[in-house]
Design a protein around this ligand. Structure first.
Ligand code: K2U
Ligand code: NI
Length: 184
């Protein structure tokens, strides 16, 4: 199982690389990796497992964060509005369209690969349409909004060597951009 020792930290060159497309059909190795990434998120959200293995809670993870420079990401979290889990294992994901409108989390963002808190608003597209492949090789298209859109864009940034704090306005980190939606 993956633990925090498998997660590389800010400053590691892999976090600044553009990750490589995954060859399809996905290899057994890549399938194992993307399943371990999902297992990590589930474990990190399980009180007992997180305490036992000292896991930081995560709602998303991208392969470069475990030093695998491939275009694979996983998001997994409980959506209490829909009363169900949101779970996606996406291979070679691509934003094919997005809103003009921007959105942000009022508390800012964190990252499993960044140990310190970096305050500041991260403005992202409020809605994105993503084309990707599932581990079973099916091509899918998802329209994400709200928190899911934020998580997806945070993870997709990792595939392009972008860190969340790259988006923070250095001069005015805590001022929302005009028209941007504050997400609860
Ligand atoms: O990619 C990662 O480092 C995982 C991040 C993803 C993320 C952070 C902030 C905003 C959206 C996505 C971790 O999930 S950070 C921990 C966390 C946990 C619950 C809610 C928000 C952030
Ligand atoms: Ni991150």
């Amino acid at each position: 199982m993956l633990t925090m020792t498998d997660i590389i930290r800010d400053g590691h060159p892999t976090l600044r690389e553009k990750a490589q497309e995954v060859a399809l059909p996905i290899s057994a190795d890549d399938k194992k990796t993307i399943d371990e990434m999902l297992e990590f998120l589930k474990n990190s959200q399980d009180e007992k497992m997180a305490a036992k293995y000292k896991l930081r809670s995560g709602v998303g993870i991208a392969a470069p964060q475990i030093n695998i420079s491939k275009r694979m990401l996983v998001i997994h979290f409980y959506d209490d509005q829909k009363d169900t889990y949101v779970t996606h294992q996406l291979i070679n994901p691509k934003i094919v369209s997005h809103s003009v409108e921007m959105a942000y989390l009022p508390q800012g963002e964190g990252c499993l690969s960044v140990d310190e808190n970096i305050p500041g608003l991260v403005h992202r597209y409020a809605r994105v349409t993503v084309s990707a492949f599932t581990p079973d090789g099916e091509q899918v298209k998802h329209r994400f909004n709200g928190f899911t859109a934020i998580v997806l864009q945070h993870e997709l940034d990792h595939l392009n060597g972008v860190m969340f704090y790259d988006h923070i306005d250095k001069k005015d980190p805590l001022t929302p951009k005009p028209g941007a939606i504050e997400l609860k």
